[in-house]
Design a protein around this ligand. Sequence first.
Ligand code: R2B
Ligand code: URA
Length: 335
Amino acid sequence: MDSQETSQFVRNINLLQLDNDVLFHIGIKAGDQDLRRLLGDVKFVCMGGSASRLKWFAKFIQDELKDFLNSEKEPYNMAKSDRYVLYKVGPVLAVNHGIGVPSLMVILHEILKLLHYSGAQDVKLFRIGTSGGLGLEPGTVVITRRAVNALLEPVNEQVILGKQVRFPTTLDEELQQQLLDCSEDLPTAFGDTMCTDDFYEGQGRIDGAFCDYKEDDKKEFLQKIHDAGVRNIEMESVCFAAMCNRAHVPAAILCVTLVDRLKGDQITLPKEQKEDFEMRPAKLVAKFIKKSLEQHNGEMCSLSSKRTYRNSFASDRICWMLLFMLEQYINNYSF
Ligand code: R2B
Ligand code: URA
């Protein structure tokens, strides 16, 4: 079977019924553009919270990869909605995801469908973000070993049709090691990342609008999670890991620490230093991407397919339907 006609990114037979899938939050209709030509060669999706940081990242990665790229045109925002930004630079797609799991989950559904409709292959996803550290010098990049929820469980819990469903947050160990190998002079740590639904009470801060616990309770909690292996706290990791895991996409999470939570709550870094720290996960990922491109002699940067989305749509549907039926059959008849 032509490998371009299978897709790892989605598993939803209902998509076959859609004539022209609307990716609402990025303002793209799947059938209106030649997505295979535009995005078929994407190999690395880099996501982070803020739209302006991702705009900066797109320019930065363009500069870093200039020896591999054949265009110096300024990256433009492909998203036609004001919710998220989407920049394509050679084999890299840079996307912001906003704050927290709900915002990330919405854009990840749409990015995975976008990758599916584009026929992209061998894609890796990265979250390059910020976090509060535990026992680490601010400015340390934590490469996440396991993403755990606020109860220290390695799962992302979703409520689907009124029922709680738990998805494991397994991350790719080989990718973690490859990133650690790229860290060189950057201060880097490797450990568990706790994902919370809130920046204030959810992360045990005492400086929110409300706080019904004492400084000692907070210290006890933070020390407990530190002793359990947590090295940083942020707000998206369990969802990012679980959805990439469901999509069988190798994924990694790299977040710089902006404060040592064992010492305080407020982020008081001067602007320049904060900006410098925020670049560090991007620098680390850029090194990894460059190394990957060097290993492939830059061939990842050529367009992987010239077929149009419309031309390939019918054959994709048939192969995809057969695969889905096979999977259902195996699930129903295996013990
Ligand atoms: C890190 O920083 C943001 C909160 O300030 C949130 O998106 C996160 O995970
Ligand atoms: N982002 C978080 O979620 N927490 C912090 O402490 C810093 C950044």
